[in-house]
Design a protein around this ligand. Sequence first.
Ligand SMILES: [Zn+2]
Length: 376
Amino acid sequence: MNSNVLKTKHGEIQLPAFMPDATYGSIRSTSFKDAYDSGVREIVTTTLHIEQKIGSEYIKKIGGINKFFNWERPILTDSGGWQVFSLINSEKGNKKNKISEIGCSFVDPDTGEFSLLTPESSIQIQANLSPDIMTVLDNPIIGKSSLAKRKESVRINTIWAKRAKTKFKEIYQSKEEKPLLGSVIQGGDDFVLRKQSAEELVEIDFDLFNFGGIPLNEGTSWKNFVDKGNFYREMLHFVSELIPENKIKYAMGVGQPDDIAFCYEHGWNLFDTVLPTRNARHGYLYVNKGVGDKSKGYISDKTNKDYFYDIMHLRTERYKFDDKPVDENCNCECCSTVSRAYLRHLIRINEPAGYRLTTIHNLRFYSNWMEELRKG
Ligand SMILES: [Zn+2]
């Protein structure tokens, strides 16, 4: 298989790797130490949120994002493209919000302030944060839009990638140590445009090639992804083949454990998703096969190996008197210290201590899942 390592200034990333999202600089409901103890060795953080809520100049003065977080392992920063896209397409979005060849201009719904995010400013903000892996500003497109609009989106995406790389070179040309740089293949549901986007970005050359635009971060669109699961799998397989083998292939926003297994088998080796942490707060736990309420999974079309696991809906009546741990085969802090009945109670009263424990468990499940994939 394609198991190997990715070298960064904060150590090697064992591939395939899953990175939880530290949105706003925090893996919600838990600490970086809890995450590390759960097997997490690399994280993603969101550039635009950090810029808006903390300020990248401030982080620079403090000595960089790793120092600020007190996290000595690799950090990947996104470009801010997805956050702006979500903002522009959300109900809170201001009518003045606009994407053009120049960049994304938008009004912050919390402060009312007008901002312009360009390929250059996105790179500069990330350089201030000083992560291990940076991402060029991308221009996602999802859902139904006209062919002309989709074509324009890919055209702008490539122009931005070129400009971002020029800015990256300008900042790092005289520096010995530089971060890795990733670009994002867009094109929505259109195979022809995905191919065009991949080819144009490969031509510019980057360390990582990311698959962008899967609407996993939007509650309503998530259902859309599930319904279209096979379609996206086909698309991910198609795009993976367009990326040179010596490059890192990062499936952004993927996903459920079985989606990760599928993508890994088809060449992708880096993943991030809010699913384990977000679902943990809803009492939706990932457990070993035969332990939970509902079986989910995937049988490999290459090796016939089965990648099945269970989902446990902890809020249900079924666990009211259940004194067993969430998963007897798991050695995380949650499974070592509390019963399903007590944890159910904590989740039902929205107790942060409960969210912390369920998050620790789900992160451990994902870490174990990646370990299994690495073993092959
Ligand atoms: Zn556990």
